[in-house]
Every structure is written in structure tokens, then in C-alpha cells.
Design a protein around this ligand. Sequence first.
Ligand code: PGA
Length: 269
Amino acid sequence: MKVTDAAEIGGGPLWVGTSWKMNKGLAETRQYVRGLSEHVARAGLAGVQPFVIPSFTAIAAARDELGAHSPVLLGAQNAHWEDGGAWTGEVSVAQIKDAGAQLVEIGHSERREHFGETVATTRLKVAAALRHGLVPLLCIGESAEVKRAGESSRFILEQAAGALDGLTAEQMARVLVAYEPVWAIGESGRPATVEELQQPFADLGREYGDATRGLLYGGSVNLDNAVDLLGIDHVSGLFVGRAAWTLPGYLRLLELAAAHPKAVAAATA
Ligand code: PGA
């Protein structure tokens, strides 16, 4: 199946995507993705670019449900930077592309914390994704300790620069960056306030706002805070875990984004 290149998919201006982390088998993946496809075909989504990121094992099934030219982008949660070789247990960018992925998540805080992901490996992975024509979705974010020390901006700008410095303007324009403060992610996280996010996004916006394909926010996004988060300057999307693990939850978030002034302005421009 020759899948539409991610570069040919319009995108945005608002991106709303979900990673399912280590959840969902084949049947559940197919059911979710089928429902999503039907919804998008029926309702349209002017101004919003959806993306879903299942487990490696379910990427091919998700692609099968979406077909080759779906407006929904399909991603993987990680990939190795080498195309192949003696890397037991790893999956390459070439392989996820072969399975139907168009996007790859790189440097999620859970990968950095539990699997030794470093700035150096995120850099290699961004390069591999670009080499294969996939959208790198680079995740950055500081811990609670770094935030308490008042070092958030310095820390996230270093993570971003470490992974992205040296890219050409054309390569940079294909990258998505998700700012996901570690203290805001998952069951043990607490939602960030709009106020807390102003400075990080001002800093990221200055460095990467125009240069990249988009700046997303992630970490305890839910139906109650999504609209306010989208309203923050330089935020051009949401990267969602738990609140989008059910299809109705994800569809509601897509609808909220589609009705947001940032999406409406672009759709009617
Ligand atoms: P959460 O996950 O929305 O469940 O906090 C976000 C993430 O890990 O990207």
C-alpha cells in the first residue's frame, strides 16, 4: 500500500493527536480507528489535523482501517535510528513506515525516564525520521525539580536545540514539537494552568514557532481545559493521552478544536 506522504497532508493549523501508550490490541485499535475514519468522513475537520499513535503491533491494522489516503495521520511511539541490523527488540523508522506510519513520536518523557532516551538519541531519531519522510514529533519537558528551580525554559530549549540544531530550514519545517512538562503528564501529573504555560510557549514560540510545523501542548489535557490551552499564544495543537483513549473523548476534543477561533480563522481564510 503506497501511503500518502505526510508532507502532502495539509495539516493544521491545529493538531490534535493521541498516543495510546502501551494500551489497545488489534480489535480495539480497529474499532477505534474505523469509528474515527467514519466520523472524519462524515463531519469533516476543517482546520484540524488529527493523528493517532497506537502500539507498534497495531500500526498495520490501523493503516488497514484508514486506507492509504486518510486525512488522519498515523504514527508510532518510538523508532530506532538505524534502518536495520543487530538491535534486538528495536523497531526502525524504515519498519514503522513499512507498516504504514507517517509520524513518529520521539523523546517522550516516559522513554527518557525508563528507557534511557537522551538528547543524543532524540537527535539521531529526528534525523532518521526526516530521512524517511516521516514527521518527527519531538517531545520535550522539564521535571518538577527543574520547574521549582526556575530553570524550565533553559531546560526545554536545551532539549529542543539538542535534537534539532543543524537541521536545514526545510527539515525543520517538517518537525512538530510537543511541550509536555513531566509534572503534568499521566495519573500522577497535575494539569498545567494557562498562566504556567505562557512563558514556556513564549520561549518556544520565539525559537521554533515559525520555523517548525507546529508547537503542541501535552499533559493532562481534558475536555475542560482543551479550549483554554489552545488559546495560548504559539500553541498550535494538543497531544493527548488519557482523555482521548476512548473514541468519544477524542471526537469531542476534535470538535472543540475545530470550533476554536484558531481553526475557524484558518478554515475560512
Ligand atoms: P496524559 O498523557 O494526557 O494522559 O497526561 C499525555 C502524554 O503522555 O503525552
